[in-house]
Design a protein around this ligand. Sequence first.
Ligand code: ATP
Ligand code: MG
Length: 357
Amino acid sequence: MKKHIAVMAGDGIGPEIVGQALRVLDAAARKFNHEFSTEHVLIGGIAIDETGSPLPEATVEACRKADAVLLGAVGGPKWDTIAPEIRPEKGLLGIRKALGLFANLRPARLFPELSGACLLRKDIVDKGLDVMVVRELTGGIYFGKPAGVEVRGGKRTGFNTMIYDEDEIRRIAHIAFKAAMKRRKKVCSVDKANVLDVSRLWREVVIEVSKEYPEVSLSHMYVDNAAMQLVRDPSQFDVIVTSNLFGDILSDEAAVITGSIGMLASASLGSEYAGLYEPIHGSAPDIAGQNKANPLATILSVSMMLLHEFDLEKEALCIENAVRKTLQDGFRTGDIMEEGKTLCNTIEITDKVIERL
Ligand code: ATP
Ligand code: MG
């Protein structure tokens, strides 16, 4: 198979972890006789430094032409003081919009080898932790208009608008039900329907869509309760579907209870262009450039890419198993280090994964 991948390494640890993930992709390509070409393009802070924009037009074009997009992370303290319209994070929001990526799939799964790092009590962990948060990505309060800061009645006043139309809700609901069909056939829709009008519509439309998936059981939960239930007993969840803002928070929460955000991958899917694959963690400026970052989330993102974008099930599983074997054999980066295990840097742990492919 021949595929072309647009690569946006971005800022902070981005270039280190993406570089290592591409080594794994290369090794998998050799093993299974595929040809993956890559094209590096700019996004985020480095794009601001080199072009003045966090999302140069050339980047959008390259991503629209590619068969898949791999992203590291964007942002860092260097760009914290520049104008809000051209912050690195705007590059990320912009590319999601430009590619029409309306669904963000974030599996929060605990590798049994890392259960010691899990923040939950052992009896809770033993019941299982394998939740998929499906987050709406191009609507809601992050994009709603009007938004801004202005003087009202002599006071500086900030405001944003949480807005969804029924089509936006319907398509994200379909993604969630389809994901559930391949899993444990349970969807929990999370909203704040007791307070927010937009949530009332959300709930209505999700119920309509659920009629098309009679095998999947649907439940509803308010976001504050969902945040609590996630730590109290995550085994009750299979797929959680929710809006942009709630999904941002819940997927970070689901991630952190697994014990390491350096382990979790994500996929962002649209309908017109290729999907975008990235680790869920940020640019980790505190450890950037030190060859310390955990590349496994990015390596697992490559595995998700092979599965969801190219339908290469065997290859995807091979990478996943190599990661699992690496953990089983006791190799760890600093963020997931435990007593009695072998501490590896970014490059070393990638070597271990490649040896086990
Ligand atoms: P962003 O806003 O870009 O998501 P953030 O402020 O939420 O960034 P991260 O950049 O994800 O945060 O980092 C949070 C903490 O987790 C930092 O201490 C960072 O060093 C650590 N961290 C994040 N990713 C990794 C990784 N791959 N390996 C090791 N540590 C990591
Ligand atoms: Mg973050």
